[in-house]
Design a protein around this ligand. Structure first.
Ligand SMILES: Nc1ncnc2c1ncn2[C@@H]1O[C@H](COP(=O)(O)OP(=O)(O)OP(=O)(O)O)[C@@H](O)[C@H]1O
Length: 359
């Protein structure tokens, strides 16, 4: 059973300081939301508020409209997965998975059946009788997930669940966690520092900054339409190019907008020679060029715009982009230039302008 999870102007004060300054989130039943943000921005505190592990000093937390602020953690119907797995080392895999059912007084045969069903779900069938210590880190994380899901919680909370895994395993597990979450359909909130992980797993991502939600949207919208420069910098690599009096710095192109900052992603560029002469362009000097299998990644510099990051197709002739070379960059066909207006950082509510390039 999945629930609608609502945080309404939630405030938390700890050690004499207010840590959350009015966090509001509305998470649909079965949705996967990730809290992403720098260290100390309030991600874990928000997760702990939902779990009931941290008291609120204001606002409301609701499951399907019902306030739960007064309910203790064990009475909130929540599954929790931590970075450290927190499995019981002296128990078997099956006993670990079934543990939450033991405390709910479910009989032994039913516990065993649920444990086996959960082990199927996390693709570790037949491991119920193995000592938990005999499993690898990735397998132990699957067991932690199976244990959290065993009582069919209303809400699943994942606190940096992949942080202890190596990069390759982490990428596999991100896909796997999303598959399992979709199969079960449980409303899920995750915390991570890892923007790729956030984009891979989530229906929506909430970017947190200093105890507030900076922006919440789908990964695509956050990447293409960041409402603030903080959000633009936090999700994906970005080039911030000034727009003054309606002209894009360096390019000189009219963008028909007031002043602000254009958010140009590395893939928004192509080599000038590959595009029609009408495409906005500027000459830059290559400082580094590295081949990354599916593309080249270049650091380039322009006197007025400064340093930028650019990616070009893997088929690009490497001799034309060698460090020290001056190349002409053009804005890619279909590049939908997004400008954050100048006053946005200081004057909420946040709005962003979508502009088409004037001929
Ligand atoms: N028990 C506490 N007492 C006082 N301050 C606290 C307490 N717990 C957290 N804080 C402070 O609250 C702020 C938010 O902490 P929180 O752990 O929620 O951030 P975070 O975004 O999860 O960071 P990280 O990514 O480093 O885990 C930090 O400045 C932290 O120092």
């Amino acid at each position: 059973m999945s629930v609608q999870l609502t945080l309404e102007d939630v405030r938390v004060a700890l050690g004499g300081n207010e840590i959350l300054h009015g966090v509001s989130l509305d998470i649909a039943p079965g949705e996967f939301l990730t809290l992403l943000g720098p260290s100390g921005s309030g991600k874990t505190t928000t997760l702990n508020v939902i779990a009931g592990l941290v008291p609120t000093s204001g606002g409301h937390v609701r499951f399907d409209q019902q306030p739960v602020e007064k309910r203790p953690p064990h009475d909130r119907d929540i599954g929790l997965v931590f970075q450290s797995y927190a499995l019981f080392p002296h128990m078997t895999v099956g006993e670990n998975v079934a543990f939450p059912l033991l405390t709910r007084k479910v009989d032994k045969a039913k516990r065993r059946a649920v444990a086996e069903q959960m082990l199927e779900l996390v693709q570790l069938p037949g491991t119920a009788d193995r000592p938990v210590r005999s499993l690898s880190g990735g397998q132990q994380q699957r067991i932690a997930l199976a244990r959290a899901l065993a009582p069919s919680p209303s809400v699943l909370l994942l606190d940096e669940p992949m942080a202890a895994l190596d990069k390759q395993l982490r990428e596999t597990m991100q896909i796997e966690v999303k598959r399992i979450q979709q199969e079960v359909g449980v409303t899920t909130v995750a915390v991570t520092h890892d923007q790729t992980e956030a984009m891979t797993m989530s229906d929506r991502v909430a970017i947190m900054r200093d105890g507030n939600v900076e922006q919440i949207d789908t990964p695509e919208a956050l990447y293409r339409r960041p409402a603030t420069l903080f959000a633009a910098r936090f999700l994906g690599e970005t080039n911030l190019v000034a727009v003054r009096d309606g002209r894009l710095a360096g390019f000189g192109t009219g963008v028909g907008a007031r002043s602000g900052t254009a958010v140009l992603r590395p893939e928004d560029f192509a080599l000038g020679g590959d595009l029609p002469g009408s495409a906005p362009r500027l000459s830059v000097r290559v400082t580094t060029a590295s081949f990354q299998g599916t593309r080249y990644r270049l650091d380039v510099v322009h006197d007025e715009v400064g340093a930028m990051i650019v990616t070009l197709p893997a088929s690009t002739d490497p001799t034309t982009i060698a460090p020290g070379t001056t190349i002409e960059l053009a804005l890619n066909d279909g590049c939908d230039l997004h400008v954050v207006p100048e006053d946005v950082e200081s004057e909420p509510p946040l709005v962003s302008a979508d502009l088409t390039i004037a001929a």
